[in-house]
Design a protein around this ligand. Structure first.
Ligand code: PNS
Length: 163
């Protein structure tokens, strides 16, 4: 079976990401969650925090046997470094398609040896994004059905220290 990386910002990881991880894990012998650390991305959490939050969320969800790493620079270099065959991404609505198509074709141009593999989101999670979760939490809304408890706690702590 092939090795895959599942890259993203994971700022923070949501139940939508966790659903993709559960399903992708069945298809690959090894799965890496690869968290982009590019400093020009305006993230709420640092790369180190996102790695720690992601590990805690996976443990809480009872998912083990995968590695959480961070990378700077090009995604394909991270894929090469970990001996990956495939790049996993989730697709929610039509609106994701254009960006994902552009990214997949760019990555294929740069490194044709990697196959991009897309997982359709679970219907009930198709509206979910890290940005929405951050916004709802920032204004005091309930995010308990969107993220694991440990992520909710991390969000509240971070947003509280920012106020
Ligand atoms: O969760 P996101 O923000 O949609 O993930 C996007 C991500 C991090 C996968 C993508 O922006 C990325 O890999 N960036 C690293 C730089 C890179 O490789 N760019 C070329 C691919 S188009």
């Amino acid at each position: 079976m092939a090795i895959a990386i599942y890259p993203g910002s994971f700022d923070p990881i949501t139940n939508g990401h966790i659903d993709i991880v559960r399903r992708a894990k069945k298809l690959f012998s090894k799965l890496y969650i690869s968290i982009v650390a590019n400093p020009n991305k305006n993230s709420l959490f640092t790369a180190e925090e996102r790695v720690a939050i992601t590990k805690a969320a996976l443990a809480e969800a009872g998912i083990n046997g995968l590695e959480v790493v961070s990378y700077e620079g090009l995604l394909i270099d991270c894929a090469k470094e970990h001996g990956a065959d495939a790049i996993v991404r989730g697709l929610r609505a039509n609106s994701d398609f254009e960006y994902e198509f552009q990214m997949a074709l760019t990555n294929r141009d740069l490194a044709p040896e990697f196959e991009s593999v897309f997982f359709m989101t679970a219907k009930k999670l198709s509206f979910l994004s890290s940005s929405i979760v951050k916004e709802v939490c920032k204004y005091g809304g309930d995010v308990s059905t969107f993220v694991p408890k440990s992520v909710e706690t991390a969000l509240r702590e971070k947003l509280h220290t920012q106020q």
